[in-house]
Design a protein around this ligand. Structure first.
Ligand code: G4F
Length: 320
């Protein structure tokens, strides 16, 4: 019998890579999508995949209950979210509802199922805020001091998942994933914004690229590697919480320098600073310790930072 997976946020970067991984392993893959006035915006990443989609919304508990009951999943990957940290300052209420109460709706829907479902929650390094352990890393034991409505909501969802695991003996896992990118990343996130902008400059389509804080530092991996971690985490015999990261941190300035260099340009000639892209409260530095998932589950990223940037540059060079 085929295993059945249900992915919320299936149309996003991670949802599409995870669908490919699960289909390749013989799963029947279902996903929840929201209604959009331009349907092609909704399925551009998954239109060629053999997945079954259902209309629903994490905030519409009736739709979630109906889908979970119809699909009877063995594994649920809860990836849906208002995932943009900067936008969470503009839409705090929507972000908190979707990213925290939406998770509660999913957990409740799964709790009501007769079968024991494995539940994966997309937790985030944004939960740490500016906490750093003495050795310079963040890990699941690092205090969580979020610096955005997005981070606050993710902390609540993280704790709800731990609570449901203990209170109802459910197989609920958190993957605390550090930033992960790819050509499929939305181009309003900084990596793809830089790569796309640099290629546009290279091809004479624009003269400059406006960014916000260049001094923040992130631990960037590749989404394709990180969805493998999601699957390993969910299928480990005992449900737990795991940190997924590369262990390398680079500033936004480094990202600009490397990307423009690949295209034989000097970023200093093209980058401008626009305060619209600054945040009311910034998370300054992320570097994750993923030794537990590497040692216990054997997870190891295949991409390096350079191979990831190279793939993103090639993608935009072909499209633009
Ligand atoms: O690419 P970003 O928007 O990602 P951010 O805020 O780190 O969040 C991402 O990673 C989290 C995991 O830690 C996820 F939970 C979350 O869903 C998302 O995937 O911004 C990265 C950094 C920030 O410090 C930001 O201030 O880049 C800085 N930045 C500088 N200029 C910019 C820009 N970010 C964006 N989006 N646009 C800019 O023009």
């Amino acid at each position: 019998m085929k295993k059945i997976a249900l992915i919320t946020g299936i149309s996003g970067q991670d949802g599409s890579y995870l669908s490919e991984l699960l289909l390749a392993q013989g799963y029947e893959v279902h996903g929840i999508i929201r209604r959009n006035s331009l349907p092609e915006n909704q399925d551009s990443r998954i239109k060629d995949l053999d997945v079954i989609t259902h209309y629903g919304d994490l905030l519409d508990a009736a739709s979630i209950n109906r889908i979970v009951n119809e699909v009877q999943p063995d594994e649920v990957y809860n990836l849906a979210a208002q995932s943009h940290v900067r936008i969470s300052f503009d839409m705090p209420s929507f972000t908190i509802q979707t990213n925290a109460l939406g998770v509660l709706n999913m957990l409740e829907a799964c709790r009501s199922l007769k079968k024991r479902v494995k539940f994966y929650q997309a937790s985030s390094s944004e939960m740490f805020g500016n906490s750093i352990d003495e050795d310079g890393y963040q890990r699941k034991t690092t205090p969580m001091n979020p610096t955005s409505p997005y981070g606050c909501a993710k902390v609540m969802a993280y704790n709800l998942c731990k609570h449901y695991r203990k209170a109802y003996d459910m197989h609920v896992c958190n993957g605390i994933l550090f930033n992960h990118e790819s050509p499929r990343r939305g181009s309003n996130f900084v990596t793809n914004k830089i790569v796309k902008g640099a290629v546009e400059i290279k091809k004479g389509k624009r003269k400059t690229l406006a960014l916000g804080n260049l001094d923040a530092s992130r631990d960037w991996g590749h989404s394709k590697d990180y969805v493998k971690a999601m699957h390993l985490i969910t299928n480990h015999e005992s449900p737990s919480d795991w940190t997924v990261a590369t262990g390398e941190s680079r500033t936004i300035r480094d990202m600009c320098e490397i990307t423009f260099k690949v295209l034989d340009m000097d970023y200093r000639d093209y980058i401008t600073i626009d305060s619209r892209y600054l945040r009311p409260h910034e998370l300054n530095f992320l570097k994750g310790d993923s030794s537990e998932i590497r040692n216990v589950l054997g997870w190891k990223p295949e991409y390096t930072f350079d191979s990831m940037v190279g793939e993103m540059v090639n993608h935009w060079m072909e499209i633009i």
